[in-house]
Ligand binder design. Structure first.
Ligand SMILES: [Zn+2]
Ligand SMILES: [Zn+2]
Length: 473
């Protein structure tokens, strides 16, 4: 495209997590690139935009919002890791950069290329497909599924301990994925059954070393010594988080250096790249973290990648739960063995789950075939659109009432209307949602907006807020 005098935009999921990507572009294209991401100051952003608009920078690399970069003579838009959920903005304006990329390519006569080892069902069905046969760096690593129902050790099963022990002996690196921060996802009183919950949100408080914390609103309180309801001292920790896993590793494999990578560890600026740098340089080392560790980093010498608890994601009340689990497992497996004879361990209490079986065989086409069939039967994307209307307020009843009125007013315009149903309370706000499965999302969203505008003064008086989200993620 540069040879033809045209420009390009390359979208990547989260630029802070993938400094290597930008480095590679800089090496290849030097001063012709511009980088746009949320970490820039207002002045830096303006400077980059001037360089792009003037034609000085012909290749723009950036996160989601770079899809709007003022490139003249646009020839190409690439969306790297197109399955990544961060391409959808979850605040207003709720656009999906992938939808915008396709529309912009059509309007400006450019080509859109989406790339992924684990494409979304929407893309698999909707886009022309070009396949890269095999990997540049050799075959995919073998995956072993460890059945946790037959294993005593959790979070570290015997096969996993053995594989980590081999690294202590012979050297190498391991990546362990556990998608839960903190020490334990919850405390539980064995005497009365109480689990400490957030006073503002309908979720259990997560145990951290110093306190109980809410992962939604940030509320924190000291972890109690005894049950606050019945006074019993018989409090148990349910499940494991990244910090407990780190401690177990310290106890059982003291010869292994541990580096933790999660939102807590990466909170300080520079901490993330420092951790990644240490991991790249070290030997006999294990990187422990949440899904951050599965995201597009390239490390030489990773001989083991393991998923501590593949069931975490499968239990989510979301029709994309299987898709996301499959993607996460497959992406992590791709981290192992890029340069080393790697292997992958997946620990699970439900080893026969579809997402786990297909991920263990690296069978992307097989998984997507079954997933598309399921979506077709249920009328989920890509076989229809979803429109989600969410109302929140200070009392439990008014959001449900407002959505019931909206549903009745929409009548059969909406296709299939599900709800209203109450959803988790968040930051002290009661919430309810109405979900439409429809072939005509634009018509439905427009009609909803009209009805909601008419009801706006009354809703404002009642302290209600509303969000209409087309194709929610
Ligand atoms: Zn109790
Ligand atoms: Zn909370």
């Amino acid at each position: 495209m540069l040879e033809r005098g045209l420009g390009a935009i390359v979208l990547v999921p989260e630029i802070a997590l993938t400094p290597q990507t930008v480095g590679r572009f800089r090496v290849r294209f030097g001063e012709r690139i511009a980088v746009l991401h949320s970490g820039l100051t207002e002045a830096e952003r303006r400077d980059e935009r001037v360089r792009i608009a003037s034609g000085e920078a012909r290749v723009v690399i950036g996160a989601r919002s770079a899809v709007f970069a003022p490139v003249h003579g646009l020839g190409l838009i690439c969306v790297d890791e197109e399955h990544d959920a961060s391409y959808k903005q979850e605040s207003d304006p709720r656009y999906d950069a992938r939808t915008v990329a396709v529309k912009r390519a059509v309007l400006e006569g450019a080509v859109a290329v989406f790339g992924s080892a684990t494409p979304r069902p929407e893309s698999w069905r909707g886009l022309e497909r070009l396949e890269l046969g095999g990997r540049l760096s050799g075959p995919l690593p073998p995956v072993r599924v460890v059945d946790l129902r037959r294993e005593a050790g959790y979070p570290l099963s015997a096969p996993l301990l053995e594989a980590l022990g081999a690294i202590v002996e012979r050297g190498g690196k391991a990546i362990l994925l556990l998608n839960r921060r903190g020490v334990a996802p919850a405390l539980h009183c064995r005497a009365c059954g109480t689990t400490p919950r957030c006073p503002n949100c309908d979720v259990a408080l997560v145990l951290h070393p110093q306190a109980l914390r809410c992962h939604h609103c940030g509320h924190h309180e000291p972890a109690p010594e005894v049950c606050t309801v019945c006074g019993s001292a018989d409090l148990v920790r349910i499940g494991a988080g990244t910090q407990r896993l780190e401690r177990e590793l310290e106890l059982k494999l003291p010869g292994l250096e541990r580096i933790r990578l999660d939102a807590d560890a990466a909170a300080r600026p520079g901490a993330l790249s420092a951790a990644l740098g240490r991991f790249a340089a070290a030997d006999r080392v294990v990187l422990v973290g949440t899904q951050m560790v599965a995201k597009g980093h390239h490390f030489p010498g990773v001989s083991l990648a393991a998923v501590i608890d593949a069931d975490t994601g499968l239990g989510m009340p979301d029709f994309r739960a299987e898709e996301r689990t499959f993607q996460l497992l497959t992406q992590l497996a791709g981290r192992s063995g890029r340069d080393a004879p790697g292997r992958v361990l997946v620990q699970s209490f439900q080893p026969d789950a579809r997402a786990i079986r297909f991920a263990a065989r690296h069978d992307v086409a097989g998984f997507l075939e079954g997933e598309l069939e399921r979506r077709r039967v249920l009328g989920y994307p890509p076989f229809g659109h979803l429109v989600r209307i969410l109302v929140s307020g200070p009392e439990p009843e008014p959001p449900v009432r407002a959505l019931t009125e909206l549903r009745d007013a929409l009548g059969d315009l909406g296709g299939e209307l599900l709800g209203p149903a109450p959803v988790l309370r968040l930051r002290g706000r009661y919430r309810a949602q109405l979900v439409a499965k429809t072939e005509h999302p634009r018509r439905l969203a427009a009609r909803s907006a009209q009805l909601l505008a008419a009801a706006a003064p009354a809703m404002r008086r009642a302290g209600l807020a509303v969000v209409v989200d087309v194709d929610p993620q």
